[in-house]
Write a protein that binds this ligand. Structure first.
Ligand SMILES: Cc1cc2nc3c(=O)[nH]c(=O)nc-3n(C[C@H](O)[C@H](O)[C@H](O)COP(=O)(O)OP(=O)(O)OC[C@H]3O[C@@H](n4cnc5c(N)ncnc54)[C@H](O)[C@@H]3O)c2cc1C
Length: 387
């Protein structure tokens, strides 16, 4: 029997809907979409029609009025079948959060309803070639000219890039002010001067589009500034507090899927005249995998509930949930391949893809090293405040 996390009826229903969509619509195509790098627009439509794309968006903007916990439940269930396809929804949430957290009521009314319905996807654009872990090194700039800002520069590795219609873009508006000189804008796909560059070919999550965004004298109305000038990095970091648990959910879902595949395979694989589940070495691997998956889930669910219940920053807890779940996902998927033996290494079985998909969760929205830095910083600050 699994641990009971006391989900209410709505949460159980959401998770069940996500599981059904994953099993019925994602499982049959996951291998093909991975091989062909197909963006899953057909699945976006199904997710949109089911109300899952907007679960975390307030009702007044066309969403389900729920929070990070419900988003986590959905992403976990989708990722249990395919962590790459799930990213169409999770990446859109990442793009929507700066608007949700810092946008004006006009911006929210303009952009959130179509994201909630899954008609449009959002994307989040922080990273540049010279600014990865160090977001203060951004070079893409926005210069105010009358009632608009003119953007110039290139973003790289942007999830949903080229597919999304709505981009939350962090740029430098005052290079003399460092972190406080960064501002966030909503940029719409068809804005003149906004084009797409290299589409990345990747180890995993290959159904997800990862692309460069190029801004060349791209004129954006001043009304598209999110909050005030200088608030861009704050919206980005606050976004991460709410969305790193989404990456943890992706990792947890992938690990759960791999564990299930490993148990099921081990029960039927006969060697030395009996199922390999009779071997203690296999049993111990499964036991460790199950224990780690459950620990990741407990930490993640507690974190997501805390985020929904507090107005305080949850940087440390969100970082812990992501750090732990992503490490678990890499360990568990690697062990799943070991349990499958040679077959685990082959494309014909799902676990090699799960391992490839798991790896990204240790890298994006801050690498595991950056999560550790954040956790340690919070600990040290807390100790200093008490001293
Ligand atoms: C598939 C994919 C999708 C992505 N999607 C998005 C997206 O939608 N939007 C977006 O803005 N970005 C996105 N990214 C970018 C991603 O967030 C960055 O790749 C990530 O933050 C790391 O930056 P970097 O690649 O420049 O690595 P670097 O910052 O160059 O890091 C290289 C290594 O140095 C380590 N390191 C760097 N600084 C420190 C430090 N201070 N302490 C300890 N170790 C350190 C890192 O942990 C890493 O091991 C995506 C990336 C990928 C691969």
């Amino acid at each position: 029997m699994a641990l009971d996390y006391n989900l209410n009826e709505t949460q159980k229903q959401l998770a069940a809907t996500a599981r059904k969509i994953a099993e019925e619509h994602m499982k049959p195509v996951r291998q093909q979409y991975d091989e062909e790098e197909t963006f899953p627009w057909d699945i976006v439509k199904v997710l949109g029609a089911s109300g899952l794309c907007g679960a975390y968006i307030p009702r007044e903007y066309g969403g389900g009025g729920m929070g990070v916990f419900e988003l986590v439940l959905i992403v976990e269930e989708l990722s249990r079948v395919d962590g790459g396809i799930a990213l169409c929804l999770a990446g859109s949430a990442l793009g929507a959060y700066p608007i949700l957290l810092g946008g004006s009521s006009d911006q929210k009314a303009k952009y959130l309803p179509s994201i909630a319905r899954g008609e449009k996807l959002a994307a989040f654009a922080l990273t540049e070639h010279e600014a990865g872990s160090d977001a203060t090194a951004l070079r893409t700039s926005a210069e105010k000219q009358g009632d608009s800002y003119v953007l110039n520069g290139t973003k790289c590795f942007i999830t949903n890039g080229g597919e999304a219609e709505i981009y939350s873009v962090m740029v430098v508006t005052d290079k003399t002010k460092g972190a406080r000189g960064i501002s966030a804008f909503v940029v719409e796909k068809d804005t003149p001067g906004f084009t797409f560059g290299k589409k990345e070919r990747k180890l995993g999550i290959r159904a997800s589009a990862t692309r460069e965004l190029i801004f060349e004298n791209c004129r954006v109305p001043a009304a598209n500034l999110i909050g005030k000038e200088g608030m861009g990095l704050i919206w980005a970091l606050r976004t991460f507090d709410s969305t790193r648990p989404g990456v943890a959910a992706q990792a947890l879902g992938i690990a759960t899927g791999a564990l299930e595949e490993a148990v099921s395979y081990a029960r039927t694989r006969i060697q030395f005249g009996e199922a390999i589940t009779s071997k203690q070495a296999i049993q111990h691997m499964l036991a460790d995998m199950a224990t780690e998956v459950e620990a990741a889930r407990a930490l993640l669910y507690a974190t997501a509930r805390m985020i929904d219940a507090t107005k305080q920053r949850t940087t440390r807890e969100s970082a812990m949930a992501k750090l732990y779940a992503s490490d678990v996902a890499v360990r568990v998927t690697t062990k799943a391949i070991q349990i499958f033996g040679g077959r685990g290494y082959m494309h014909d079985y799902p676990v090699e893809k799960m391992m490839r998909d798991a790896k990204i969760t240790q890298i994006y929205e801050g690498t595991s090293e950056i999560q550790r830095n954040e956790i340690a910083l919070a600990l040290i600050k807390e100790a200093a405040a008490k001293a």
